[in-house]
Write a protein that binds this ligand. Structure first.
Ligand code: NAP
Ligand code: GCO
Length: 264
């Protein structure tokens, strides 16, 4: 019997007050997991807790900046004390800065790398010892189309997400012997606050050019939704994927496979 259930598991999803993280945590709860999440300030954590409660999910929320190793280690210790050892980690927290590279400061570049790549390293390192002790664990890194492709203005983000793909493969290589699987999810273009600027209506009411571009580049002819990612995440968090390791599962409506629609 294939086991997609997460009953009895504890899942930590970083940056999950809303957006993709919130959808993934909700899917894990539906599959039976206990939900733990963090966000960068109490206001977002409180909003997240209320949103989970509205869905009937009793989540545990913590204020923690994933780039701060001391805060992360303290949060994981507190989770283990208050909830239990973490079976599933989703490194979801992330930012993007859309700035032409020749105009981007080194500090701006570093900030994106710090949150999108150093953060997953720090949080994964914090949960690995207990997973090694338990002889099982799932780490899922939220990668991106930019783990494979570049585009104007996202140099820092692409460098971080490309690095996150290789960090995923390295954790898989180093910890597979402990029955810990580390995989990535590579969402396509998903309608969340992070991509809202790319979908804004123009002054004349027309679609944002990038919006039209993405719809033409996607065989599914639509933006993805956080809900599109829920099934793939439950699969990678469950025992059904125990022999899947070091893989990045692209959930992109076919963008990476498609040359794009011929302009009319
Ligand atoms: P989002 O709506 O901007 O949400 C990002 C979340 O991360 C927010 O809750 C944010 O909290 C949190 N966060 C940011 N910096 C943090 C830090 N230092 N410590 C803790 N939490 C932090 O983004 P999203 O669209 O849901 O994306 C979630 C993940 O999916 C990101 O890794 C993103 O790169 C990736 N992704 C998104 C898309 C897409 O099209 N949307 C596609 C591929 C991959 P605050 O609000 O408090 O800052
Ligand atoms: C951008 C978008 C993308 C998406 C996502 C695609 O400006 O190109 O924000 O980077 O967020 O990462 O997979």
């Amino acid at each position: 019997m294939v086991n997609f259930s997460l009953e009895g598991k504890i899942a930590l999803v970083t940056g999950a007050s809303y957006g993709i993280g919130f959808a993934l945590a909700s899917a894990f709860a539906e599959a039976g997991a206990k939900i733990v999440f963090n966000d960068i300030n109490q206001d977002f954590v409180d909003r997240g807790l209320a949103a989970y409660k509205e869905k009937g999910i009793e989540a545990h929320g913590y204020v923690c900046d994933v780039t701060n190793e001391e805060q992360v280690n303290a949060m994981v210790a507190q989770i283990e004390k208050e909830v239990g050892k973490i079976n599933i980690l989703v490194n979801n927290a992330g930012i993007i800065k859309r700035i032409p590279m020749h105009e981007m400061t080194a500090a701006e570049f570093r900030q994106v790398i710090d949150i999108d790549l150093n953060g997953p390293f720090i949080v994964s390192k914090a949960v690995l010892p207990s997973m090694m002790e338990m002889g099982a664990g799932k780490i899922i890194n939220i990668c991106s189309m930019m783990s494979e492709l570049g585009r104007e203005t996202v140099s820092a983000y692409a460098a971080a997400k490309g690095g996150l793909k290789m960090l995923t493969r390295n954790i898989a290589s180093e910890y597979g012997k402990y029955n810990i699987q580390c995989n990535g999810i590579g969402p396509g273009y998903i309608a969340t606050p992070q991509t809202a600027p790319l979908r804004e209506r123009q002054a004349d009411g027309s679609r944002h050019p990038f919006d039209s571009f993405i719809v033409a580049k996607t065989p599914a002819e639509r933006w993805g939704t956080p809900e599109d990612l829920m099934g793939p995440a439950v699969f990678l968090a469950s025992e059904a994927s125990d022999f899947v390791n070091g893989h990045v599962l692209y959930v992109d409506g076919g963008i990476l496979a498609y040359i794009g629609k011929q302009p009319q």
